[in-house]
Design a protein around this ligand. Structure first.
Ligand code: PGA
Length: 249
């Protein structure tokens, strides 16, 4: 696991964007696995800036998002469809046909999960999967206890996750109880993984990931120790409880 220390949230975004842009230039038809939440916002902002200033093109890029709430329409301001469009897609030259996000309104949610797994395969797999980390160590919406062999599935959101995300909704009651998420196995099948973390609220989770290094389903992010190409970009606050910042293979 390679650890890159960023000064703050904005610097984390710059460093992450540089890695993504490098891949986009090297492999113009790459499949990017994207994430939502507060964490990747500065990364997307920097990608947009680079697109405008340096002309990096996304015309052939395909994207698959990690997750979506069950029961929110695509146009709902809290849906991840809406988020991705506002935060990234509408500002770059991505083709709308090339971006994929689980459909949380699908009539048959189980079928939607199976379709999403097939889709990822038919795209040739994910070249780089961007991840945030939950305070409880979740990645995507894979909450503690999720088997590492799960593929795309429906989850009941942990109360801690609903509370953390309530800041975006009128009230906690409005936060959906379920989501569709890529599973940990999908994440581990990505060719490379870029995990981002910013702020002191993520410090205990990063400490558990990078100090303890135990691999346990009780801490989903620990599954990343089973992958050979993981980069962590985190800012000083998020790394404040990590003993050693030496990246270890
Ligand atoms: P956040 O969420 O970026 O909004 O902190 C990350 C996550 O829960 O995975």
């Amino acid at each position: 696991m390679k650890i890159i220390q960023a000064k703050d949230y904005s610097d984390m975004g710059k460093k992450a964007s540089e890695l993504i842009v490098r891949l986009v230039k090297q492999k113009p038809e790459a499949v990017l696995g994207l994430a939502t939440g507060s964490t990747p916002k500065t990364t997307y902002k920097e990608m947009i800036k680079d697109h405008h200033e340096n002309g990096t093109t996304y015309r052939k890029i395909r994207t698959v998002n990690l997750d979506e709430y069950v029961g929110l329409e695509k146009g709902d301001i809290n849906s991840y469809h809406y988020f991705m469009n506002e935060q990234l897609f509408k500002h770059i030259d991505m083709k709308s046909d090339n971006s994929f996000i689980p459909n949380g309104m699908a009539e048959n949610i189980q079928q939607e999960c199976a379709y999403y797994n097939q889709l990822i395969q038919s795209l040739g797999g994910v070249d780089l999967q961007l991840l945030g980390i939950g305070r409880n160590g979740h990645i995507g919406f894979n909450e503690p206890g999720t088997s590492f062999t799960e593929k795309t599935h429906v989850v009941k959101l942990a109360e801690d996750t609903r509370k953390a995300n309530a800041r975006f909704f009128p009230s906690l009651n409005d936060v959906p109880h379920h989501a569709i998420t890529m599973g940990i196995q999908n994440i581990l099948e990505s060719k490379s993984i870029l995990l981002l973390a910013s702020g002191e609220s993520k410090a205990p989770a990063l400490a558990r990931l990078l100090n303890d290094r135990d691999v346990s389903v009780s801490f989903p992010a620990s599954s990343l120790h089973l992958h050979s190409n993981v980069t962590v970009i985190a800012d000083e606050e998020a790394l404040s409880q990590v003993y050693s910042l030496e990246g270890r293979p």
